[in-house]
Design a protein around this ligand. Structure first.
Ligand SMILES: Nc1ncnc2c1ncn2[C@@H]1O[C@H](COP(=O)(O)OP(=O)(O)O)[C@@H](O)[C@H]1O
Ligand SMILES: [Mg+2]
Length: 165
């Protein structure tokens, strides 16, 4: 993997980017770079099978966003939402247990959006991107024991996001 900060620029100008990582550490490094590049509120979804590396990516992303290593960034499977202090508040969600879109209200998603933090959502499948307010999607695909293919896409017009990443 050769991940450079310029890739973020490429992501913004091309709308999507594909990166292959060969270890959990590399996936965390990609997450960290993206986290470092964030300069405002953002909603990002992470899709991929169990064990594909979504939480691993989110951990690196949190570090890049300035979340102290004193916080172990773990899967929010049971809590649904974990919050961490960073340059912006980070809300790490796992919607695996969500019954459907109507339950978003119950977990206070609208309030989270209004708080103006950075929202990272694992298992977003049951909810529409429009409803989540997704700016960026990340799909993780397992290619081998340690190989993961990460596809990042910008959903909005880049103009919108360039001001925020
Ligand atoms: N290239 C890689 N990227 C991310 N995780 C990897 C990679 N190679 C191996 N792994 C392992 O895969 C697992 C990913 O777990 P996790 O991040 O919790 O996945 P998810 O949140 O998608 O269920 C970890 O045990 C991690 O060490
Ligand atoms: Mg996970």
């Amino acid at each position: 993997m050769t991940m450079k900060a310029s890739y973020i620029g490429e992501l913004l100008s091309r709308g999507s980017i594909v990166i292959t990582t060969e270890s959990a550490e590399e996936t965390m490094a990609v997450g960290r770079l993206l986290g470092e590049a964030v300069s405002g509120p953002l909603v990002m979804t992470l899709t991929g099978d169990l064990g594909s590396g979504k939480t691993c990516f989110a951990r690196g992303f949190a570090r890049g966003l300035g979340v102290d290593t004193a916080y172990a960034v773990t899967s929010p499977t049971y809590t649904i939402v974990n919050e961490y202090p960073g340059r912006w508040p980070l809300f790490h969600l796992d919607l695996y247990r969500l019954g459907g879109e109507d339950e978003l209200e119950e977990i206070g998603y609208r309030d989270l959006l209004q708080e103006g933090g950075v929202i990272v959502v694992e298992w977003p499948e049951r909810v529409d991107d429009e409803v989540l307010g997704t700016d960026l999607t990340l799909e993780m695909r397992e290619e081998g024991p340690d190989e993961r293919v990460i596809t990042m896409k910008c959903l909005h017009a880049n103009v919108d996001l360039t001001e925020r990443i």
